[in-house]
Design a protein around this ligand. Sequence first.
Ligand code: NDP
Length: 715
Amino acid sequence: MNNQSTLQNKSTPQNKSQSGAHGVTEPLEESRRRQLIEVTIDSLAELGYVGTTLAQIAGRAGVSPGLVAHYFGDKDGLLDAAFRSLARRVGDHVRARLRQISTPRARIQAVIDANLAPEEFSQKTGTVWLAFWGQVLQVPSLRRVQSAYQRRTLTNLRVALGELIPAEDARTLAAMIAAMIDGVWLRAALSGWREADSESARAMLTEFVDGRLKAAAASANAASNTVSNNHAPSLDQDKVRHVTPAAGERFASINPANGEVLGYFKVAGPSDVNAAVRVAQRAQVGWAATTGAERARILRRAAELLRARNRELAELESRDTGKPIQETLVVDVISGAECFEYFAALAQSLSGEHIDLGTQAFGYTRREPLGVVAGIGAWNYPLQIACWKAAPALACGNAMIFKPAELTPFTAVKLQEILLEAGLPPGVFQVVQGFADTGRLLTRHPDIRKISLTGEVGTGKAVMSDAAQTLKHVTLELGGKSPLIVFEDAKLDNAVAGALLANFYSSGQVCSNATRVFVHSSVKAAFIERLVKRVGAMRIGDPMDPSTQVGALVSEQHMHKVLGYIERGRSDGARLLIGGNRVTTGDLGRGYFVEPTIFDNCRDDMGIVREEIFGPVMSVLDFDDEAEVIERANATEFGLAAGVFTNDLTRGHRVIAKLQAGTCWINHYNVTPIELPFGGVKMSGLGRENGRAAIEHYTQLKSVYVAMGNVDAPY
Ligand code: NDP
């Protein structure tokens, strides 16, 4: 029974009305009841439950005690109505927020935000709630209101959570969230509203829910016996581990800009991976049965969520990788979102072929998903790599298990959350954490049909060899030592800009970087002068500072590798034009920063020219002849990328056609629109990511012969 019906039972209707708060007319009777309830709430806030009497309220409201009794019966009736009014207000706010929201995660947030809104977190409202709570056990009508209020909160939470995680987990987590809401509220109330405010309380709940959702999703992914792989960041500090932790042990993720621990993750072992595969197999069947349009809707929604959370994700990525925020804000997340948009569109246009076989038969092909596939990522573009693998895999109806590099484990987990929030069924995209051993569990698993790896050439060989045992499909995006050729007729400023883009983005940790810059000897001096000037002006600093252009390298170990190459360049006789040192000024000494470095007078046989450094180290070489430079550019085991700067377009196309590289640019460098396939030749890889070409790598063809006549057998 609600407040409204109580009134109707007791009222002596008067058909007068007056203007309400928003200009809407309401019966005078209702308005008076509301006024008395407000007076009661004020009185409870000031005098508490015991001090609030009918006479006292009548006096405050300027009416006779008989009128109060007429509306509410006795004190219990009045307090009951006041309590209902408070509970209803929260309920109305929850409903109003829910009406505007469609995703489950946002609905959970709406419940939290409404319950911990500033008006509920005020001293006055809080004191009144506290007064009621003190009576709930003794007064049955208050108990009923309280339990109805609690039931509604739990139901709202459970229903939203049920769309993200299994029902049992949803029930448990709903109860935990409700308890947390009550808990933060109670603590704040008991501290006289000094200990927390609405904003910090909501932030605390948001963090709690995000952390629990990660864990619950992981356990949903890996069924009842899976160990959760992802753990909310821990606050204690730890040292970088030099011994690879075993399955079940935890490892720390470090911020390479200052050496601080960002959080801990648990290494997934055989039982975790097996369970994840089992869950993926079940989930994939349902996912593959959806229409392209349904899959597209979810992928598009994921793209929207990625864009909406660009800053939050970019900041996390910058902390985890050391890359400047000015890069991650415009590249990493956005590129992932574009990838989801692109493959959402392709999901709706997947099709087979009709093949005419004369009047008695025809054939057709079906483009079918592979099943459960795995992605293994490198650490330089953690979120982008996860998106570039997940989007085509999911668009084609596969389930994917993704292992990020152990140095950068965070944003793949965020992608998993976003996909769940976008409506992807649990289990279709799962993240397992760990090192090479965990990767091997994927590459050797008999029920995984494909591996897409981004990593070093050596890892690519190991993965392909393991995958061969179960004849898995493989896509390998591997390393490079790409050439950039600047001809004498090139627009020099563009060529210099291209060389900068080809070497110093992400502190030089980009697979397609052109670290061998061949410049025609007639323009080399001018090229170098402009290049060195621009490099000298680059700002090295805290990755979170928007003006920083060069951030940290990903780890201490990697920094030493890069510094080792710089030393080798010097001792091999290359001329250091600029850079060459670790940066240790101020706070940067706590992180792993290396100056952008340029070597001149390089020879083709030097280590810095032949091997992938994966750091901010450019080697400048000169040439005189087109055929000569093509031959030298191709004299490498790698074949990921190449670039040419020239104003002679005929020469541009001619040279590009002869370069042994999978991804090429004419008069630009390192731009990677999703529409264009990306990948390498020779030792730089197999298969392609992005573009329509990626569809080939995440589907298999089924050929169907359809007979329309009789079957003529010779037996
Ligand atoms: P790694 O090859 O060291 O690692 C790549 C991933 O493979 C990591 O997740 C790693 O796990 C995992 N792994 C390592 N060994 C095995 C194995 N035997 N079986 C299965 N998985 C394994 O590469 P980095 O992370 O150091 O990344 C840098 C490299 O990636 C560079 O060579 C770069 O050129 C290349 N790259 C290529 C790109 C392309 O598109 N072509 C793009 C970006 C980078 P963990 O590290 O956690 O131990």
